[in-house]
Design a binder for this molecule. Structure first.
Ligand SMILES: *[C@@H]1O[C@H](CO)[C@@H](O)[C@H](O)[C@H]1NC(C)=O
Ligand SMILES: *[C@@H]1O[C@H](CO)[C@@H](O)[C@H](O)[C@H]1NC(C)=O
Length: 430
């Protein structure tokens, strides 16, 4: 009688086990199979895998014969551990009375997720990336769910419920890199980034509002070169290019900042060049100079880039070139004009025209003369270039009809002008 009863119950258990074998009654946290998780100081309920809920099982620590819990308890297939600590971590074995069913469970302790620390950055005007780090080490397998949505402005009702506001996945590439990238973002839109840290003990979400135009930080300019200008012991010409990550486009140009200092000089002098090159006119003759540049969106969105690596150059010590003779003549004219003013203050001796070749004089004096000469030759050249450019464009304009570029074009590359300004100058011209 009793044996038939146990036989029946065995059959029932076997049937029940077969029914549930595909779906274990133990809630499976994601992570390696057979591992269950708890938090130090809290109680943990271990669940015997491979048996149906309520089936009486015995529990042991792996490698110990001491019975932790007999099969008589109300709890059936579960084991409660109160106030666990690290000594409770390890492997547990459970099995049914006859030993036919059961399994092993490994207990691992750690902490629930905490809101991650998130920051976003953009090195160009249509893509941005967000990076994150845990604000607390959980000690548990962790993953991050990353998404974003476009924020709607209060009052913009038409956008409410619009599918174009997301949320969309912020793809993590490569997976596990703690970084996700949003491609093709709108420059002026606000986005809400959702980075949710998930581990077997829960989930915790950090939301961050970003807009491209506030997080924009270009990469530093590239290809910085510093060259001497033959015949000019106080000049250096620096040139550079756009960072490769910033495709040039009329509405998204960069402006630049240049710094230079002579060797062993602690302080930098700063200039704000308009184009991709600049001539330094007050370098210290004979000394090597360090030069560096940084870039920023030309309408001041975001922040300045980091400084480029320094490039070095030493002003020319070679002989003067023909170019200077134009400057010398201008300089002489200016001296005459000054003399005619009959000023009571005597003109500075170093400004007097000197019949000696410049490169035989005292270097300091040379420098003092060369600075005004340099300015005049530059102005002369600029005026010449402007006149020539104007003439060429007028001539070309006669053939091209309405395609004439703006008056400012000879001075500023056409793509430097905002489109509106460009159109405006074209209108004036035609
Ligand atoms: C944005 O990212 C895409 C894909 O990497 C790239 O092709 C595009 O040039 C980027 N846009 C800008 C403005 O750099
Ligand atoms: C953030 O993302 C998580 C995971 O995808 C989601 O459960 C949660 O609802 C999101 N929170 C908000 C405010 O969008």
């Amino acid at each position: 009688m009793s044996s038939s009863c146990t036989g029946l119950s065995r059959v029932l258990v076997a049937v029940a086990a077969a029914l549930v074998s595909s779906s274990s009654p133990c809630p499976q946290a994601w992570g390696p199979p057979g591992v269950q998780y708890g938090q130090p100081g809290r109680s943990v309920i271990l669940c015997c895998p491979g048996v149906s809920a309520g089936t009486p099982v015995s529990w042991f620590r792996d490698g110990e014969s001491r019975l932790l819990k007999g099969p008589d308890s109300e709890l059936g297939h579960e084991l409660i551990l109160a106030q666990v600590d690290s000594a409770d971590e390890g492997t547990y074995i459970c099995h049914t009375l006859d030993g036919a069913l059961g399994g092993t469970v490994t207990l691992k302790l750690g902490f629930p997720p905490a809101r991650p620390v998130v920051s976003c950055q953009a090195a160009d005007y249509e893509n941005f990336s967000c990076t994150w780090s845990p604000s607390q080490v959980s000690g548990l397998p962790t993953r991050y769910l990353t998404s974003y949505r476009k924020k709607t402005m209060p009052g913009a009702e038409s956008q409410r419920m619009s599918p174009s506001t997301g949320p969309w996945l912020c793809p993590q590439d490569p997976l596990g890199a703690a970084r996700c990238v949003v491609h093709g973002a709108e420059f002026w839109s606000q986005y809400r980034i959702n980075v949710t840290e998930v581990n077997p003990l829960g989930a915790s979400t950090r939301l961050l509002d970003v807009s491209l135009q506030s997080i924009l930080r270009p990469d530093p300019p590239q290809g910085l070169r510093v060259e001497s200008v033959p015949g000019y012991p106080r000049r250096l010409r620096a040139s550079w290019t756009y960072p490769a990550t910033w495709p040039r486009q009329p509405h998204f140009l960069l402006k630049f900042r240049l710094q230079y200092r002579p060797a062993q000089h602690p302080t930098w002098s700063t200039m704000e060049p308009t184009g991709l090159e600049e001539v330094i006119t007050d370098a210290v003759a004979g000394l090597p100079h360090a030069v560096r540049v940084s870039a920023r969106d030309f309408l001041d969105a975001g922040t300045w880039s980091a400084w480029s690596p320094e490039a070095w150059g030493t002003p020319s010590t070679g002989p003067l070139q023909n170019e200077l003779s134009v400057g010398s003549q201008l300089h002489m004219l200016q001296q005459e004009a000054v003399a005619q003013e009959d000023s009571p203050t005597p003109s500075r001796p170093s400004l007097k025209p000197d019949p000696q070749p410049l490169d035989q004089r005292d270097p300091l004096e040379q420098v003092a003369v060369l600075a005004p000469l340099g300015i005049f030759s530059f102005l002369g050249l600029a005026a010449g270039a402007l006149a020539l450019g104007l003439w060429l464009r007028l001539r070309r304009g006669g053939k091209d009809g309405p395609q004439k570029p703006g008056l400012l074009a000879p001075m500023i590359p056409v793509d430097k002008l905002p489109r509106a300004a460009n159109l405006r100058t074209q209108e004036n011209f035609s």
